[in-house]
Design a protein around this ligand. Structure first.
Ligand code: MN
Ligand code: MN
Length: 471
């Protein structure tokens, strides 16, 4: 190959090839801490709880206290805002007024799962089950015959909050969804994969021993109610005022002889959430205010009062500007948002050699090639996507290259192969500059998703460089 060609031709390379043994060590250490975060964050509430807890330890103050005291908002002030325990925003106040714009990384903490229906418990065929309604885009058959855990938040009739987590430690039981034995699956085999297991078949097996002290109807169901009442003080009616999520049981694991990959539930999008959290914790006195948003409900279309579409984030920014610059005018909020630069931190699809037909190999992300920039997502001719501007892409490219970030660019599959969305367009609607930038994932939305440790680390480094670029 002649040198002239080398200079102008380009291909993204394996990130592993470009790091030193010392950095590799750092990557593996970072991955261990990330796995801990995943193990304690199986639901959006558990993630936000960890985020707020850690923020407090790092000296972040509750925005409610700042509002009460009317400030001060000096450069370097660290603030958190908690939205109903399901979404949150962290800020480090910059030297310039917030009105001049911010550097924001937005990620989501919700993940596909099975939610219990409001009236879930029943007995059938000498077994007890819980009815579920799935949340987000799942391949339903993947959720059968694997160990499951229950993570719940219940408010009983006295108004007391009861938090439950059953199935994560070795001593605890797990839960389970049955599938048909192959011997009797002749008809099931004929169905389309999508219909092989239906939503109403995702019933979670939770018991099998009848209550024996009295002769009653549905003694197995009653026995379960007895156990729940004894342990948590809850009654059947309390399910109506509960949020109980069924998630894969167990901890994050290394994958492969070389331990280069992490297998765990909920890495979409907690890999970006954790990276954003660690990156903002590195920020001390930025020039422009930096912010990390952790949102809920992305997987169901970013709707509702804890989602990116809720006014929560806008309101928090308005509160901060009202304290920072008198006289307050709402235009300042609009100015701040339209002048902001945003990385929409969400995962993308990594090339899967088992299914090469859905990827354009020249324009796909690969596991191990670093943090992924996705110019647009969408489906059917880029519909409903944020398509990032060349100017902003050039800015991000410069930041990443100056900071030696291993990065790559990739589409979510072949044209018309399918598609997806993120929270990017919502920032775009505010007028901010935004691009999707996150970690490539294998088996996205499966009970166990796979991420490369070097990609995780480069995601963190990329967000850190982006925050630092506000100087
Ligand atoms: Mn996502
Ligand atoms: Mn997703």
């Amino acid at each position: 190959m002649d040198k002239k060609y080398d200079k102008i031709a380009f291909e993204f390379e394996s990130a592993w090839k470009n790091i030193t043994p010392e950095v590799q060590k750092e990557i593996f250490l970072f991955a261990e801490k990330y796995k801990e975060f995943l193990n304690h964050g199986k639901t959006e509430r558990e993630c936000i709880k960890q985020i707020i807890q850690r923020a407090k330890e790092k000296g972040y103050q509750d925005i409610q206290d700042i509002i009460k005291d009317g400030g001060p908002l000096s450069p370097g002030t660290k603030i958190y805002a908690n939205n109903r325990g399901k979404s949150a925003a962290l800020f480090v106040i910059g030297k310039e007024p917030i009105e001049k714009g911010m550097h924001i990384v937005g990620t989501h903490v919700d993940a596909p799962r099975l939610d219990l229906k409001p009236f879930p418990l029943y007995q059938d065929g000498e077994l007890a089950f819980l009815k579920t309604h799935y949340y987000g885009g799942i391949k339903k058959y993947q959720w059968t015959t694997i160990p499951l855990a229950l993570h719940g938040f219940i408010i009983n009739k006295e108004g007391k909050t009861i938090e439950i987590s059953i199935g994560e430690s070795e001593e605890e039981p797990v839960f389970y969804i049955t599938d048909l034995l192959p011997h009797l699956a002749e008809k099931q085999y004929q169905k389309k994969l999508k219909e092989g297991i239906t939503g109403e078949e995702l019933n979670v097996l939770v018991g099998s021993i009848p209550y024996r002290e009295e002769d009653i109807e549905n003694p197995i169901k009653y026995n379960i109610l007895q156990l729940l009442h004894a342990k948590y003080g809850i009654e059947e009616k309390d399910f109506l005022t509960a949020e109980i999520e069924v998630v894969p049981a167990g901890k994050a694991r290394d994958i492969g002889f070389d331990k280069g990959l992490i297998g765990a539930y909920g890495q979409d999008d907690r890999v970006c959430s954790y990276s954003a959290l660690m990156a903002i914790f590195d920020v001390e006195e930025p020039s422009k205010t930096v912010a990390a948003f952790f949102v809920d409900k992305e997987e169901i279309g970013s709707v509702g009062n804890t989602s990116m579409q809720s006014r929560f984030f806008e309101n928090v920014i308005a509160e901060l500007i009202a304290i920072q610059s008198e006289p307050f005018h709402y235009l300042k909020v609009q100015r701040s948002l339209t002048s902001s630069k945003v990385l929409s931190g969400d995962v993308g699809a990594a090339f899967d050699p088992n299914f090469p037909e859905v990827f354009d190999q020249r324009n796909t992300a690969f596991s191990g090639k670093g943090v992924l920039i996705c110019k647009y997502t969408g489906a059917r001719g880029k519909s409903e996507t944020n398509d990032a501007n060349a100017e902003f892409l050039a800015e991000i490219r410069k930041i990443f290259e100056e900071n030696h970030i291993c990065w790559q660019i990739g589409e979510l599959g072949k044209v018309d192969a399918g598609g997806g969305g993120t929270i990017a367009y919502i920032f775009g609607n505010y007028g901010a500059d935004v691009v999707d930038c996150g970690t490539p994932v294998l088996s996205m939305h499966a009970p166990m998703e796979v991420v490369s440790k070097v990609d995780l680390y480069m995601t963190y480094k990329a967000y850190q460089a982006f925050f630092n670029a506000s100087k």
